[in-house]
Design a protein. Structure first.
Length: 422
């Protein structure tokens, strides 16, 4: 058997009893994988959220470097406690921070990308029979600054380590039984998918299905690592994220997502001439702000309105940049709308099935939900709606497209949010 990488999320390590339970699962894996087990853990429970709150109490706009310094501590608690639990059970275990595990990132704070992993230290410990416990979500820059990979980034640590260590499978243990047709905590009728392609999972993750961090899926696709998303509270098979041929896909729509972390910005009365959009979006890109949906509406012959969405955490920085660029270009006012959400459908079978978009819009219309923006690609359709109608929108769209099929394991909503320990 080969080496395996396992990752346990925040809920799975929320208290010492759960950490002990995780230690037992890791020990089981060690018995099955004598070549070695690498375990990645997240911060305990809501630790990261609490750290963010404390930072904001002291400073509403903390410097990203200090944010990383703070947030990286959460995972450090978990690795030490899990190693202690394993040692108490008689196993050789060692905890490593991102830096000690050789995870080198680019020089960007709060959303750094991994650029290289030096596996020497991990391999040395594995060869000596240690279970290696690595802090998720963090790394180090070439000039020794601690960085984090963006919220939910422990998944990416795990899959990147699997790639670097040539482990064929990365197990992601979480608080749901696998990847569902939509968030089972929003739509009780959602059901678990037995398997899903990298392409569809990447879209779902990018569009807000937080069960996997988007970059973890990119990484898995690149190194052909199979991700097995499963529950840490039972031993049922979860969802396999893997390479799939189009022929294996039966449905036009595989999943529905909700992203409630988006915010909208509009720059009014923009002079209608070449180069303006390039300048605005160039300035935002330079500040490492990703822009998602963009709409340019023609107002009259001479001016346009440009509206776009960004992550809500970037709203203030994006507003300041937009205002400045707007003033330089002689545009009108910059207007914020933080009360939006994006609902999307994803499916590789969508391309060959006419009428999918119309059905989605019809579902929203029947619920009296206004669509503010629309974006489409070959395998997804997204609509921006008001945030207070977003959950209803997801329910309506799920009812329209996703009725359980025989080849997908039916999952009861109760198992989707199981809190008990198996
Ligand atoms: P962890 O702390 O283990 O990383 P997360 O909270 O980041 O867990 O991700 C798991 C959560 O993702 C679930 O509790 C669920 O609410 C949410 N989620 C959103 N979309 C989906 C989906 N399509 N399938 C499963 N879970 C989803
Ligand atoms: N602890 C980090 C977060 O809450 C990383 C993770 O859990 O993946 O975002
Ligand atoms: Mg997560």
């Amino acid at each position: 058997m080969s080496l395996i990488v396992q990752k346990f999320g925040g809920t799975s390590v929320a208290d010492t009893e759960r950490i002990r339970h995780v230690a037992r699962r890791v020990a089981d894996a060690y018995a099955r994988h004598p070549e070695g087990v690498v375990v990645v853990v997240s911060a305990m429970g809501k630790t990261t959220d609490r750290l963010v709150e404390m930072a904001r109490e002291l400073n509403p706009e903390p410097i990203p470097r200090e944010m990383d310094m703070l947030l990286a501590t959460g995972e450090q608690i978990s690795i030490a406690l899990l190693s202690m639990a394993l040692q108490q059970m008689g196993y050789k275990a060692i905890s490593l921070t991102g830096a000690q595990a050789g995870i080198l990132t680019e020089n960007v704070h709060t959303k750094a990308k991994i650029v290289n992993i030096n596996t020497d230290a991990m391999r040395r410990f594995l060869a000596e029979g240690y279970i290696v416990v690595v802090a998720g979500f963090q790394g180090i820059t070439a000039d020794h600054q601690i960085t984090t990979l963006g919220r939910g980034g422990s998944d990416t640590t795990a899959v990147a380590l699997a790639g670097a260590l040539e482990a064929p499978v990365c197990e992601i243990y979480t608080d749901v039984d696998g990847v569902y047709t939509t968030d089972p905590n929003v739509v009780p009728e959602a059901y678990k998918l037995a398997e899903i392609s990298y392409e569809e999972m990447l879209e779902l993750a990018q569009l807000g299905a937080k069960v996997l961090h988007p970059r973890s899926v990119e990484c898995a696709r690149k190194y052909k690592t199979v991700i097995h998303v499963r529950s840490s509270f039972n031993s049922r098979e979860g969802t396999y994220v893997k390479a799939m041929k189009d022929l294996e896909v039966h449905r036009p729509v595989t999943g529905v997502t909700l992203d409630s972390k988006q915010a909208k910005l509009a720059l009014r009365d923009v002079p209608d001439k070449p180069g303006i959009a390039a300048r605005l979006f160039g300035a935002l890109a330079e500040a490492h702000i990703s822009v998602d949906m963009i709409i340019q509406s023609v107002q009259d012959d001479a001016t346009n309105d440009i509206a776009f969405t960004v992550h809500e955490d970037d709203l203030n920085a994006a507003t300041a940049i937009t205002r400045q660029v707007g003033e330089e270009m002689g545009a009108g006012e910059t207007v914020q709308d933080p009360h939006i959400a994006k609902v999307s459908i994803v499916g590789v079978g969508m391309a060959g099935t006419p009428g999918i978009a119309a059905n989605m819009f019809q579902a929203l219309a029947e619920g009296g939900i206004n669509i503010q923006m629309i974006a489409t690609s070959e395998i997804k359709i997204s609509c921006v709606v008001s945030r207070d109608q977003a959950r209803q929108a997801v329910q309506l769209i799920h009812d329209t497209f996703l009725i359980p099929e025989i080849d997908d394991e039916l999952a009861l909503s109760a198992s989707g949010s199981s809190e008990g320990l198996a």
